[in-house]
Structures are given as C-alpha cells and as structure tokens.
Design a protein around this ligand. Structure first.
Ligand SMILES: NC(=O)c1ccc[n+]([C@@H]2O[C@H](COP(=O)([O-])OP(=O)(O)OC[C@H]3O[C@@H](n4cnc5c(N)ncnc54)[C@H](OP(=O)(O)O)[C@@H]3O)[C@@H](O)[C@H]2O)c1
Length: 326
C-alpha cells in the first residue's frame, strides 16, 4: 500500500485505565488491543508520556461521573518512535515515516506502551530533548502560548504569572521572556533560584503578595496569568491589572466568565484556542530545538506506577513536569 510501512498488524499493548471514578487507587494497567494504523494514522512505540492535572480530573469526578464513560483511558501527550503508518500520513511538519522520533499531541490515551494517533497529532521530536522532556513539552507549552497570545504579551509589558514553577508556569515564564516581557512569577521560595535562572523575578505567594508584586513591578503590572485558581491570585490580579482583557485564567472558569476576563481551555464558555494551540506545536518544538525553551522534568515513574505519579501531582507542588516511562 503506498505510503505504508512497518508492521501494521493489530496487537495488544499495556495501557493505564481508570475502571471507576475516584482517587488514584482506581487506576490499573491492562492489556488492550492496538489497531493497525488506518489512513492518515501512525502507530507509536511510546518512550514517555506526560502527566498533567487534567488526567486526574478526568476520573476524579471533577468533570462528572457518567458510568457510560468507564473505563477511561488516560493521558494526552507522549513521545516515541513511529512503528507503522497508514496511507496518506502527513503531519504538520510533513510526511510521517516509520522510525521517526516524534511527539504526539493531542494523543488521547497516551498512558500506553503503544498508541495509534492521527498523523496531524505528530510533530518531530527536537533532538535536544530526551524522551521525558519531549513527552512533557506540548500540553503545558501550547497552554502557555495561548495565555500569552490571548493577553497580547509583548516587549515592554510586565506580566505577573501566578504559579510560575508548575508545568504551565515554567512554560509561561520562558515564553513571556522570549516575547520581551518583564516577568514576575509567584512560587514557593525553594523555586526562586530556578525562576531567576529563567529570567523572572520571583515572589512568594501568600499574605502580602500584592505588596511584594508591586515592589517587583514598580512600573505596574500589565498582564496577570492565573494558573492556580486561588482567591489570592484572583484578588491580586484584579487589584494590579486595570484592563480585564489582559487578565487570563486557565482554572477559575465560573468566576472568570462572570467577570469578563479571558477564560481559556476546554470548559463550557471558555476559549479553547484550538488553532492557536495547534499552530504553537511547531514553534515550541523549534524553540526547544534551538535551546531557547527548557522542559524541566522533576520526576519520572514507570507506567505501571501511574497512581504514584498522580499522588505526586495531587500534592500540588510539582516543579515542571512529571512523566511516565512504559
Ligand atoms: N484550561 C487549560 O487549557 C489548562 C491547560 C493546562 C493546565 N490547566 C490547569 O492549570 C493548572 C496548573 O497546571 P500545571 O500543569 O501547571 O500544574 P502543576 O504543574 O501541578 O502546578 C503546580 C504548581 O502550582 C504552584 N502552587 C501551588 N499552590 C499555589 C498557590 N497557593 N499559589 C501559587 N502557586 C501555587 C506550585 O508552586 P510551588 O511548588 O512553588 O509551591 C507548583 O509549582 C491545573 O489546575 C491544570 O488542570 C488548564
């Protein structure tokens, strides 16, 4: 078949599922069939999968608890090697071929040893990143890209990032610096040196944040990005930024929509930014390839220990990314 390659036979692969709604104890690892790739699809041997808070929310009940959705496959992003392709397999960067080292995003069910995804989800893996870093680049990267695009961050702006040391936060900090902005980022003191290394002015969150942020930004704050959804982040953003169109949240959906700030993501009424996020993937890969964008992975876990990875992310103090290794 023209354009096909590799072993396209169906098989089975280990995948992580939530068999019920609840905490990480409902996760298990099971064999599931993997189809041969159809037209426009690629099969990938996964080397690492990114872990994100939304993965936990998918089975915690945060998005409802419809029994018809069970069992739920987990994950959204992975990096690996293409093992088979169907016909007409062209991705955003060109043809996808067997043996390519790639990042797959969006890749539903990415907590897996093998995965079939549309070629449109596949971009070349930057050679500068190892597998866990590559697996952790995209979800947080496109979200941060969308935040900065939606609030129109550019040279001369001062940006306050709430939650600057998390997965999205470290991306937002670096991308805002690349855009020429001055960046003030909140984090616990143990992460302040890291934020300084990335070009931000760190401030501790907690009581007195508005005063500390004002001292760090004597010329005022033009843009606030809420990546944590706390009352504090909300109050300080509202107090320091006069133009509501330059306050964005990816967490506080309900009150963000009521207040008329930018509300970004997949929730009802929010701006999903689909095209912006899709286009951002190649830009993010290029910046990583050029050594201008770092992916900080703080912990890796074997795929079979996805529950432990979820306990770690539920702790709420992840620095950068957690990834799973099949
Ligand atoms: N809407 C969307 O499109 C979208 C996309 C991606 C993520 N999200 C959501 O955005 C949130 C962040 O995602 P993520 O991947 O960055 O999570 P993450 O990596 O788990 O973020 C953890 C960070 O939050 C910081 N933090 C904890 N408590 C804080 C507080 N009270 N004030 C300020 N910072 C605090 C921690 O800082 P310290 O360790 O320094 O304490 C840690 O660095 C999650 O709720 C996620 O579901 C939404």
């Amino acid at each position: 078949m023209p354009g096909c390659g590799g072993d396209v036979a169906a098989g089975v692969a280990l995948v992580v599922i939530a068999a019920a709604y609840g905490g990480p104890e409902v996760l298990s690892i099971v064999d599931e069939p993997v189809s041969g790739p159809g037209p426009g699809e690629a099969r990938i041997a996964v080397r690492a999968a990114g872990v994100n808070p939304v993965d936990v929310k998918s089975y915690s009940g945060a998005f409802g608890a419809d029994p018809a959705r069970l069992p739920i496959r987990l994950g959204a992003e992975a990096a690996g090697v293409v093992t088979a392709v169907g016909p007409d397999t062209v991705g955003p960067a060109g043809p996808v071929s067997v043996g390519d080292e790639v990042i797959a995003y969006r890749a539903p069910g990415a907590y897996a040893a093998e995965l079939v995804v549309p070629a449109q989800a596949v971009v070349p893996k930057p050679g500068t990143l190892d597998w866990p870093q590559a697996a952790g680049l995209m979800l947080t990267g496109v979200t941060a890209w969308h935040l900065l695009a939606a609030t129109d961050v550019g040279p001369g702006d001062t940006v306050l990032v709430h939650g600057g040391s998390g997965g999205v936060g470290l991306m937002a900090v670096q991308l805002a610096v690349i855009r020429g902005a001055r960046v003030v980022a909140t984090a616990s003191p143990a992460r302040h040196e890291l934020l300084k290394d990335l070009g931000a002015i760190p401030v501790a969150y907690g009581p007195g944040l508005a005063d500390r942020a004002a001292v760090a930004a004597p010329g005022g704050v033009d843009v606030a990005l809420d990546l944590v959804g706390t009352d504090e982040a909300w109050d300080v953003s509202m107090a320091l930024v006069s133009d509501k169109a330059r306050i964005a949240t990816i967490v506080a959906f309900g009150r963000g929509l009521k207040a008329g700030i930018k509300v970004l993501g997949g929730a009802p009424g929010a701006d999903p930014g689909t095209e912006i996020r899709e286009r951002a993937r190649l830009e993010l890969a290029r910046l990583a390839q050029d050594g201008k964008l770092r992916v900080l992975v703080s912990q890796t876990f074997p795929l079979a220990e996805a529950a432990a990875a979820h306990h770690a992310i539920l702790d709420g103090h992840t620095t950068g990314k957690i990834t799973l290794i099949p």
